[in-house]
Design a protein around this ligand. Structure first.
Ligand code: SER
Length: 584
């Protein structure tokens, strides 16, 4: 069965079971600056999992384009992909464990005709926060999975990131038929006998930043089935590269390559596909965030084309071939052919220029080392080549080897880590508070957010903690922990308190100190685990003190009049305020 047939069978099956088919959200999330790419089918559905009404109802199904970059370095082995498609079905406060398990079982055994003997499942073993999921196990048994193939694991809990809707999950495994690696071989083991094919999450809870769990308003089901993996298993293949999604590209690369390296061929095929999907959804290469991931994918692909000794002039034909391979699944790639080609070719040309520039700099470094009678190049030079000229350290290493030079990779790694830490902190500060754009207005809203935070603590109590913040040029949005709806009087008090501080025209000052000192000084701190050693503390007169990356206005008088427009529930135990500043 081809991938597209599995996808269609899936959507049709769930449609027959009362689900509405919804379109895949773009790979680049809309209105969500906190993540770079869509990494799971549930991600675009978070508001609905938290209780907002979905216009299509309470049973949904889709295929979702996903990109996960945490395993980028693993790509090239026989299983990791950055881009993949996730098939999913959701219950938004509709069915729960029983029907979810029944439907999954029926789909696998009847629609895909997988013999029951091939299936094993795992359920949540329980911990101090939530009980063992005996219920899920019972439904599996009723469906036809024998007890000895139902395992209980502590890890069967799913959450995207550190905060959000979550719950116990039950995972379905496919037995590849490999010999067991030991007497205790089971789905938890990594030997490759059992491959996870489907994850059904029973979302009952919300995990807050401070680690506490609260019950969600409704019981949801969120499931995810990796299409490439399922295709590979049903076709009896060992890697996704042997399926129709990659095989024609792999064969073509093998023909073109002068060097036989399957690892490099896979990297080229995988990164080309991922890059094309990102570009088709509007991504462009740059030096930050999403653009940087795309740049890395394209450059890594080019590097491996070079390694395979494939002429880079072939790049265009590789793109065209990939459109042929993928257009049945993603017809819009054809419409975007010109843009995709242009973006990739431009990036390739830039990279080639970088490489020749870097090679010249490398030669200079070699000449200098030779003058000094050294046969090695220090890590600082490798880092400078990388940082200033974008010259990949692997290439420096390659060239050095060719010329009989050693390079100090360890020193490079240390410098690289320091650099990464710096840019990590930088981008966190950017994302913190959803400050996607920074201008005078958003800066004013940022300061107003600090005033609001402190005013809420004074009026409602110190249990108030920031749970999320998002700022646009039109308004601020602030989520905070508080168990009940605010009364009209409380809202008025908070608003008045903020306006009083604005009228006082308090000075906003900033001091850098260690995280410990900041805590001692009484500054409110969030995201504790993400802070570096040194933090900035912004004080607004004597009224508020908060750890924050800024920027802020210099005096509160610049803010205008503060008005709360809305106070509503965000999720259980979390309230949301929307407020505006009016310039008078
Ligand atoms: N959200 C779960 C996962 O990504 C199920 O869809 O595995």
């Amino acid at each position: 069965m081809k991938a597209i047939d599995i996808r269609n069978k899936y959507l049709n099956f769930f449609e027959r079971h009362g689900h509405k088919i919804i379109p895949s959200a773009p790979l680049i999330p809309e209105n969500d600056p906190s993540v770079l790419f869509t990494t799971a089918g549930m991600q675009p559905l978070v508001p609905y999992l938290l209780g907002e009404k979905h216009p299509e109802g309470t049973r949904l199904t889709d295929y979702q384009k996903c990109l996960r970059t945490n395993d980028i370095e693993e790509v090239g082995d026989n299983r990791h992909l950055t881009y993949f498609e996730m098939l999913g079905n959701w219950s938004l406060g509709d069915y729960f464990k029983k029907e979810s398990i029944q439907m999954s079982f029926e789909f696998l055994t009847k629609e895909l005709e997988i013999p029951v003997e091939k299936l094993s499942v795992t359920c949540f073993a329980g911990n101090e926060e939530a009980p063992k999921d005996e219920e899920a196990a019972k439904y599996w048994k009723e469906a036809g999975i024998p007890e000895e193939r139902i395992y209980f694991l502590k890890d069967n809990w799913w959450i995207a990131g550190e905060e959000g809707p979550c719950g116990p999950d039950t995972e379905i495994f496919y037995d590849t038929g490999k010999e067991p690696c030991s007497k205790n071989c089971n789905p938890d083991c990594d030997c490759g006998k059992y491959v996870e094919i489907w994850n059904n999450v029973f979302m009952q809870y919300f995990k807050h930043k401070d680690g506490t769990l609260t019950k969600l308003k409704q019981h949801n089901v969120d499931t995810g089935l990796g299409l490439e993996r399922m295709t590979m298993l049903l076709q009896g293949k060992k890697t996704p590269y042997e399926t129709e999604l990659f095989a024609p590209m792999m064969e073509h690369l093998e023909k073109l390559a002068k060097v036989d390296d399957i690892h490099s061929r896979r990297i080229v095929a995988e990164h080309l596909r991922a890059s094309m999907m990102i570009i088709a959804d509007g991504g462009r290469p740059s030096n930050i965030d999403r653009g940087y991931i795309l740049r890395r994918l394209i450059r890594r692909m080019i590097r491996h084309l070079r390694k395979l000794e494939i002429n880079l002039e072939e790049t265009k034909d590789l793109i065209y071939l990939n459109i042929e391979i993928l257009k049945e699944m993603y017809p819009y790639l054809e419409e975007n052919k010109q843009t995709i080609t242009q973006v990739i070719i431009e990036e390739k040309d830039k990279f080639v220029a970088t490489l020749s520039h870097g090679e010249r700099e490398f030669e200079k470094a070699v000449a200098k080392a030779e003058q000094e009678g050294k046969k090695s190049i220090d890590g600082k030079t490798v880092f400078r080549l990388y940082d200033t000229f974008g010259f990949p350290p692997e290439i420096t290493e390659e060239l050095a080897k060719e010329q009989g030079f050693k390079i100090n990779m360890q020193e490079f790694e240390e410098l690289f880590k320091m650099h990464q830490e710096k840019s990590r902190l930088g981008s966190e500060q950017k994302f913190k508070g959803g400050l996607a754009e920074q201008n005078e207005i958003t800066t004013a809203y940022h300061t107003a957010t600090h005033l609001l935070h402190e005013a809420l603590r004074e009026v409602l109590g110190e249990h108030v903690k920031q749970n999320g913040s998002n700022i646009t040029s039109e308004r601020l949005r602030f989520d905070f922990t508080h168990p009940q709806k605010m009364t009209k009087e409380e809202i008025q008090k908070v608003e008045d308190l903020v306006n009083e501080q604005i009228q006082k025209d308090l000075a906003v000052t900033c001091e850098e100190m260690s995280y410990e000192d900041a805590k001692k000084s009484g500054a409110i701190g969030l995201f504790t685990d993400k802070y570096g050693d040194k933090v900035k503390v912004y004080a607004i007169g004597d009224f508020s003190k908060e750890i924050c990356g800024g920027p802020h206005v210099s005096h509160t008088g610049e803010l205008g009049k503060f008005k709360i427009k809305k106070e509503e529930s965000s999720s259980s135990g979390v309230r949301r305020i929307k407020a505006i500043l009016i310039q008078e």
